[in-house]
Design a protein. Structure first.
Length: 255
């Protein structure tokens, strides 16, 4: 009975550890977004559009809107696209992506305030901030991936598109980032007649994040092996396992 009681407690500990990893990962992603914005060398691809919109609002005297709010709006749009693509197959529990992105957005604003104390008018300091932001972003992404609890809507949308198109995740992710950066660049040129928030830091984040994620995976693998992989009750995958079969059935009924 003693062994049974011990085994019964382990799943709860495993779930708690994974939720903690997810929360830390989300906070680190928020930190990376804020630091990349503070560096003035271009933000991460997912943050380009929110950063351009934020700059536009600030230039027009709208001081009540924050970068975190714009990031939340961007992710909310991604969630709406998920709902449109999956329709009735969208797992209701995945609406928990909303509090996850709320946490990330609040984290962005908190870090933005803290980073105001760091001077950013010297290019070497800007490059240093950019490099640190990429390292922190990669760590946050790695922790969220390892936790495997919930994703932010932007990442979840990439997973949905990957499953629906049959393409590899890497190809869809690259295409997704290119669309975001190109859209942000067009908006920047349209409203500012110059490129804002799309610079060398954006390229570094797009190219280097995956490499640094692999680095963190090697370094932290011994520690992460100790985290139990218990399923999180009530939270199914954002893409249902039987999605392909259900889509085929719908096509047959349509014919």
């Amino acid at each position: 009975m003693g062994d049974g009681g011990t085994d019964a407690r382990r799943p709860g500990k495993g779930v708690f550890a994974r939720v903690v990893l997810m929360v830390v990962g989300v906070l680190l992603v928020g930190m990376a977004v804020a630091l990349s914005k503070h560096a003035l060398t271009g933000t991460t691809p997912i943050s380009v559009i929110p950063a351009v919109v934020y700059d536009l609002l600030c230039d027009n005297g709208v001081a009540t809107v924050t970068l975190g709010m714009c990031s939340f709006a961007m992710n909310a749009a991604c969630l709406v696209v998920e709902l449109v693509l999956l329709r009735r197959r969208f797992p209701v529990a995945q609406l928990l992506q909303v509090p996850v992105v709320l946490l990330m957005s609040a984290s962005v604003d908190m870090w933005m305030l803290l980073f105001e104390a760091i001077p950013n008018d010297v290019y070497p300091v800007q490059l240093l901030c950019t490099a640190v932001s990429v390292a922190v972003l990669a760590l946050g992404v790695y922790l969220q991936t390892t936790a495997d609890v919930l994703m932010t809507p932007g990442d979840a949308l990439v997973s949905v598109i990957t499953r629906l198109t049959g393409r590899t995740y890497h190809k869809v992710k690259v295409a997704f980032d290119v669309v975001l950066v190109a859209t942000g660049a067009v908006l920047s040129l349209l409203f500012f007649a110059e490129l804002r928030d799309v610079r060398e830091g954006t390229v570094l984040a797009a190219v280097g994040t995956g490499v640094v994620v692999a680095f963190w995976a090697r370094v932290l693998a011994p520690v992460m092996r100790r985290v139990p992989k218990d399923p999180v009750p009530g939270i199914p995958a954002v893409v249902p396992e039987d999605l392909d079969r259900s889509l085929d059935e719908n096509d047959d009924r349509g014919m």
